[in-house]
Design a protein around this ligand. Sequence first.
Ligand code: DGJ
Length: 737
Amino acid sequence: MGLRLVFFLVCFCAGSLAALHAQQTSIQSVGGGDAWLLSAGEMSYAIGINDAKMPQTLYWGSRIGSVAGLPPARMHPEIASQEPPVATTPLEYTAWSSGGLPYEPALKAAFPDGNRSMTLRFDHAEQKGSAMLELTLRDQVEPVFVHLYYQLYPQGILARWSEIENRSKVVVTLENAASATWNLPPDPRYQLESLTGRWGGEFQLQRETIHPGASVLESRRGHTSHQTNPWFQVTAAGATTENAGPVWFGELGWSGSWRISVEEVESHAVRVTGGYNPFDFAYPLAPGALLATPHFYAGYTSAGEGEASRILHRFQQEAILPQAPHPRPRPVLYNSWEATGFDVNEAGQMSLIERAARLGVERFVIDDGWFGQRKNDHAGLGDWYVNPDKFPHGLKPVIERVHALGMDFGIWVEPEMVNPDSDLYRKHPDWAMHFPGQPRTEMRNQLMLNLARPDVRAYVFGFLDELVSKNDIAFLKWDYNRIWAEPGWEEVPLAEQKTIYVKYVENLYSILVELRRKHPKLEIESCSSGGGRVDLGILRDTDQVWPSDNTDALDRLTIQDGFSHAYTTGIMMAWTTDVPNFLDARSVPLLFRFHVAMSGSLGVGNSLNKWTDAEMQLATEQIAYYKSIRPLVQQGLLYRLTPALATPGHWATEYVAPDRSQAVVFAYLQATAYGEPFPIIRLEGLEPAATYVLTPQDRTKAPLLPQQATGAELMGSGIRLQLRGDYQSTVVTLKRQ
Ligand code: DGJ
């Protein structure tokens, strides 16, 4: 049998052509080179140049073979003098005030002669292979060009971004520079889903009806933010569920201030414009200069919210993360932050190292408190030398002991910050972000370094490079614990000072890239008082994230569920910690805490010296068990069996191997009420005809579980678990026979 035939049969047996398409990206140029059909995975996206020479969205939806059935690209006629054609035509990239655009523009610029109007018309197109299209537009008067990039990924993702190039002889100041506008076809059923939150309560899934006007998702805080994550999803009320129906989704790759505007325009059409946050934004482009906007990734599925998440997860694993397409498994780590706070020292960490190694921990991490004069959060940030009172022999003996016990070593840093009580600040007060003559707002007693400055960038890279070069460090927990205030930059000319919003983040990324290049084995976690810096920009150079400082297992179920809508759980660190929980004062059983943490990338943050033998044993067993299911949890296909917003108090999550040969199911119960049994769990994603052997972690919680059943049975009639009481949980694994 030829290889091609084998390949076809495998795909066909999997039940759909999805696997075939998933391998393919294609760009068809049609209509004499003025229309394009872009396809990736199960999605197609069509663009045409209309009669006004403006690129217009023709289609965004399920994969199609040709543009033959689509309406031609044509400017909509003026319906009323209140709604000009640029307002009603789904244009790909709009500049203000072209034709009287009343909605969120992608681009807004100011010229030195007072002109603030641009009208972008198609200039030329360039196709590179089957995955990249570049459309170049030009202002109808000035030689200012905009390059629109369309990059397809086989997972079913289209990345769009723009580059604005000034070929004129004058400085052009950009006041608004978006990556892209995504146009959705008119539909009155649209609802917007987003992830909002706060410190200790990140990734809360919100759903709202899209109505005329704008919903704005944004951060003005200088970083991604806890309050809103740069992810959106548009669904159709009554049609979209977890397992079926249309979902248009997208996320921005940017770790600074950002904005995504979701606007319902004429006749229930929706446009989603995103990129740099235009608030306090001004980016002067000198003659010959160019500004690139962040990547804005998007996809479409007709198979529901779960499939939208799985597309994103796979895309992140295979195309975004530093080790893509094969991210290394996340090691089980120990970190004593919740147990010891700033009180880290050689003796204390040494005794924790011994206990952690006995549990089967693979990475030992020293958190905040090891450097400078850091006794609490009032001092030390900026002084990255090992505190001689706490570690009189330096880090060497600690690291050697960690290695001797078979673990690798990680350490906490917060490179972008400085305490006023530090040698660094005393020497370089001008390095802290500030406006001249204005008070400097402290948060957590710290100021922000202005990383946009080349000397600050050099300092930050220098100390990190030295730390990693002089010590055998496998992992950095890179923290960031405040938001911006007074974002001044007085060392550059006034007109350039607001470029701080872009240049700060560019320097952050360039430090990460350079550090990783120089230390290829180094892994990095993005942490920002929990989940304040999780986005597809930072994820290109970091291996894992800390989703929340909230480690209460019950709250974590909701946080982790929300997280999974936008990001792969393979990067989602989750620790067990002591009870009563520091935030909620809630005490849940250790097994429940483990099971919640094991549905992400497991870490342990308990006071190990206080654990009883029984607790040590439970933890050892669960860590060993976790290692056996880790490939499924970290790289499998996630099925949320009890979607958020639907079943309070019960959760079930399933991870299925991409080849459907194995699966693991986690089930959690907050509290039994009225004696009601735990609901039947209908599994997903299995091969219907295959027989699976089921192995519960604890038979007493699954007395009715069959030893084996077909995929069809498990997905049809489901499984019954006996979870009764408060904070009960269990795990079941499945293996195809
Ligand atoms: C905030 C982080 O989210 C915590 O995990 C911990 O590292 C502290 N900072 C340390 O200051």
